[in-house]
Design a protein around this ligand. Structure first.
Ligand SMILES: [Zn+2]
Length: 231
């Protein structure tokens, strides 16, 4: 199946001259105006394509003028502007289709030794981290069914929220009783997938939509992004 996604507002600064300093200062490299690039990101399970839709010259650059290279590693796609003469990157930005800033906090766990949040895992915590997924899934499935019935009966958003709060009263304590509930690990079940994707905490927001707090890995990723833009 083919799907098209039009990503808006990928903002690129305009080159003014080919100064050669890596991470040189903004005024040397750029005019200060914004060149906007819209593109299509399309594909299926086997392949993906990125093609340019249009380029447009816009107003003043609204982004950082001091932080031009993005070393956050937060995202699957990196947009890079390269200086033609020096072949060095002068601007970088991680692009995440669908605006999912926390992609960092779920993983396919293909190589446990290279787990993205490894530095936050206690060496005593096994990876993947065991938890009572079957028991939880049974409960979650029953709730999911009831939720669909409510939707089908055109329940109001308030009703849906109330029901979700009731569900949380049962599932949150279940997760809190897990052996590794207080630990950062790699727990199977994330990003709406029961299998194959792993989250960093039993009650990570990427899994439970926990409204109260972020797990340590989410919190650290959010701080990293805030620092990146606030610096
Ligand atoms: Zn989390």
């Amino acid at each position: 199946m083919r799907s098209n996604l039009r990503c808006l507002a990928v903002l690129v600064v305009v080159l003014s001259c080919s100064a050669l300093l890596w991470a040189a200062d903004f005024d040397t490299l750029f005019t200060g105006r914004t060149l906007r690039l819209d593109y299509f990101h399309s594909g299926n399970a086997d392949e993906e394509h990125i093609s340019i839709d249009e380029l447009r010259l816009e107003d003043n650059w609204p982004g950082s003028r001091t932080r031009l290279l993005d070393d956050s590693n937060l995202g699957k796609y990196l947009f890079v502007v390269v200086d033609l003469q020096t072949q060095l990157p002068i601007y970088e930005d991680f692009v995440t289709p669908g605006s999912e800033p926390w992609e960092k906090n779920i993983t396919a766990l293909s190589d446990p030794a290279r787990l993205k949040w490894r530095d936050l895992v206690d060496p005593a915590t096994p990876i993947p981290t065991p938890w009572n997924q079957n028991a939880y899934d049974k409960v979650a499935y029953a709730f999911q069914k009831k939720r669909q019935e409510l939707r089908a009966a055109r329940a109001s958003e308030e009703e849906m929220d109330r029901y979700f709060a009731e569900v949380k009263k049962i599932t949150a304590p279940m997760l809190a009783q897990e052996t590794y509930a207080e630990e950062v690990g790699a727990f199977e079940g994330a990003g709406y997938q029961a299998k194959g994707l792993y989250r960093s905490s039993t009650d990570c927001i990427m899994f439970t939509r926990n409204p109260d707090h972020f797990c340590p890995v989410c919190a650290s990723a959010i701080e990293e992004v805030i620092d990146l833009y606030a610096d």
